[in-house]
Ligand binder design. Structure first.
Ligand code: KG4
Ligand code: ZN
Length: 347
């Protein structure tokens, strides 16, 4: 794919509880990335409330887009294409971004670029690592997804394995809730774990003989909850840092094992991390050490591009722009959507 001139993409992301808009130059250089998080609004419920999320997106979407354009010092007329997350995610939340993107595209007669949320997370790596090019293996671990993906080319993805139950981030959030650490739980467990002993409690690790790249975290979650309940009932002293460190190690061991196995099988020279859990300090460190021993480079996006943001959506949309893969105005929000789906009928 050859670049002929500078390309400015406006990205829009509203799939969950962040309202975000961003302006990205040539798919790699972020001119602005405005993220308005609703985390505080949802914290008292211990998770995202879809109806509250949609309403807040409606209030925020236009001011957030305006701020992104202003900060980038770009006018809508200078934008070459509008990239938007159309799935997977909360349907009411997705619809706000999709409607705004369609309105701008039709008003200005500019290309509309549809972006799969997870492909956006993967593209976050292009922002932080300007020299990164496919092929590579990407471990995507977020609140809703845990996938090992072989990225053959910018728009060619093969899912090698995924979780059979909870996503890694979801497990972090549930454990944090049981331990009273608040929402979102990942960063809190990560911080606590630094004070604890990862070998203190041996929590289970699940592997599948018939699917070496698949994950399962629900048994681990139950084991942690049982451990906590048992200690509370018997009056045993609970070390929250030890539980966090031991739980985190169990998650990281499995994520890293399976990802390195996939990279070795496919002869990949690079492994990338993506998604909210990619900001986990132990995941980064463990992967870096173990990949290095095998002669594999490991990369991860800057923390701000790990959790939901529109810069990663603009970065991914850039490659659809280059190939002329434009969406029609019949684009809809699709809550369940497979990675790598390029047609309208393969969700
Ligand atoms: O990618 P993301 O912003 O949203 C989804 O698409 O799901 O990921 C959010 C998830 C939450 O589950 C959060 O607890 C987790 O990422 N997370 C972390 C860390 N920071 C965020 N999990 C573990 N360690 C962290 N440092
Ligand atoms: Zn996400």
């Amino acid at each position: 794919m050859e670049k002929v001139k500078d390309t400015i993409i406006l990205g829009i992301e509203t799939s969950c509880d962040e309202t975000s808009a961003s302006v990205v130059l040539n798919g790699r250089k972020v001119l602005s990335n405005i993220i308005s998080s609703q985390a505080d609004l949802h914290a008292e419920y211990g998770g995202v409330v879809p109806e509250i999320a949609s309403r807040r997106h409606v209030e925020l979407i236009l001011p957030v887009i305006d701020s992104a354009l202003k900060e980038a010092q770009v006018t809508l007329n200078e934008v070459d294409g509008i990239a938007v997350t159309y799935g997977p995610g909360l349907v009411g939340a997705l619809l706000v971004g999709v409607s705004a993107a369609k309105a701008i595209a039709v008003a200005l007669d500019k290309p509309l670029l549809k972006v799969h949320h997870i492909e956006g997370h993967i593209a976050a790596n292009y922002i932080t690592h300007e020299d990164l090019e496919p092929p590579y293996i990407c471990l995507v671990a977020s609140g809703g997804h845990s996938h090992i993906v072989y990225v053959r080319d910018y728009l060619e993805f093969e899912v090698l394995g995924k979780t059979r139950d909870d996503a890694a981030g979801e497990a972090f959030d549930k454990i944090a809730r049981v331990l009273g650490l608040g929402y979102p739980g990942g960063p809190a467990v990560d911080r606590m774990a630094r004070e604890g002993n990862p070998e203190a409690i041996r929590f289970p690790r699940v592997n599948f003989n018939d699917a070496p790249y698949d994950f399962s975290f629900s048994g681990l979650k139950t084991a942690v909850i049982n451990h906590v309940n048992h200690a509370r009932q018997t009056g045993e002293e609970l070390s929250i840092p030890d539980i966090c460190a031991s739980f985190q190690k169990a998650v990281v061991d499995v994520l890293v094992d399976h990802t390195i196995k996939a990279a070795q099988y496919f002869g990949a020279k690079t492994i990338c991390l993506a998604g909210g859990v990619a900001s986990n300090s132990q995941l980064r460190d463990t992967l870096a050490k173990r990949a290095k021993k095998k002669g594999i480079r490991s990369l991860y996006p800057a923390p701000i591009y790990c959790t939901d943001n529109a810069a990663m959506i603009a970065a991914a949309g850039y490659y659809s722009y280059l190939t002329g893969d434009f969406a029609g105005l019949d684009l809809n929000a699709i809550p369940y959507l497979n990675i790598g789906c390029r047609k309208n009928d393969c969700e």
